[in-house]
Design a protein around this ligand. Structure first.
Ligand code: CA
Length: 225
């Protein structure tokens, strides 16, 4: 199994490459974004480990370019805690997983194996409910002809409701799928985000497509509200 490691910190890149080889991976290493992109485009990798802060082109640039060219090799991004960017940005751009530096090597190996097993995802299909359209691959949303800018979380929430259009979707299901399986925060977060969504996809268009189902959760009207 061949993987590509794009990392400019030479010591870290060497240690990761050495460790992965010991685990039976074939490893290509690139030390900057330009080389990394070239290697990634040449294909043949089961997964890519991509640092964000790179000379040449940033990891974000590389990822955006790959997805724009419809290269769907799974990407695990390496983020720094104090980085200029955050995890939401990485996931927004189509990263499949991320690790924050410093990370335990065994975790990297486990995540890479999981990504490689999963393989490159098919380009996900567009979701349509009445005149509301979501393109998960491009991360774009439209109400009629108007493009609506959504954050990663809003996008995921709307996508889940649209996949279940017409159904009353329990709040707990939304928490598990859109937030985290072990979400321990305030469950009212769902309500807050439903409010954000309504202000973006309904209110400006005089619509009421997201209904509150008392005591249960939320439903997106299959007819579009
Ligand atoms: Ca770096």
């Amino acid at each position: 199994m061949r993987v590509l490691v794009v990392e400019d910190e030479a010591n870290l890149a060497a240690a990761v490459a050495r460790g992965l080889r010991a685990e039976g991976f074939d490893v290509d290493v690139a030390g900057d974004g330009v080389t990394g992109l070239q290697r990634a485009l040449s294909g043949g990798h089961a997964a890519i480990v991509l640092d964000i802060m790179l000379p040449g082109r940033s990891g974000y640039d590389v990822l955006r370019e790959l997805r724009a060219r419809e290269v769907w090799t799974p990407v695990l991004m390496l983020t720094a805690k104090d980085g200029e960017y955050d995890i939401a940005d990485a996931l927004d751009l189509g990263a499949d997983d991320y690790l924050t530096k410093p990370f335990p090597f065994v975790v990297l190996v486990a995540r890479l194996r999981a990504l490689a097993r999963r393989g490159a995802p098919e380009r996900p299909a567009r979701l349509t409910v009445a005149d509301l359209v979501l393109d998960p691959a491009a991360h774009k949303a439209w109400r009629g002809d108007t493009e609506v800018a959504l954050t990663a979380r809003e996008f995921a929430l709307l996508a889940h409701l649209m996949q279940r259009a017409g159904d009353a979707v329990p709040k707990s299901e939304l928490l598990t799928n859109v937030w985290d399986e072990n979400f321990a925060g305030d469950p009212n977060i769902v309500e807050v985000y439903i409010g954000y969504l309504r202000r973006k996809i309904d209110v400006p268009f005089g619509r009421k497509s997201i209904e509150t189902v008392r005591g249960v959760g939320y439903r997106i009207d299959a007819a579009g509200g």
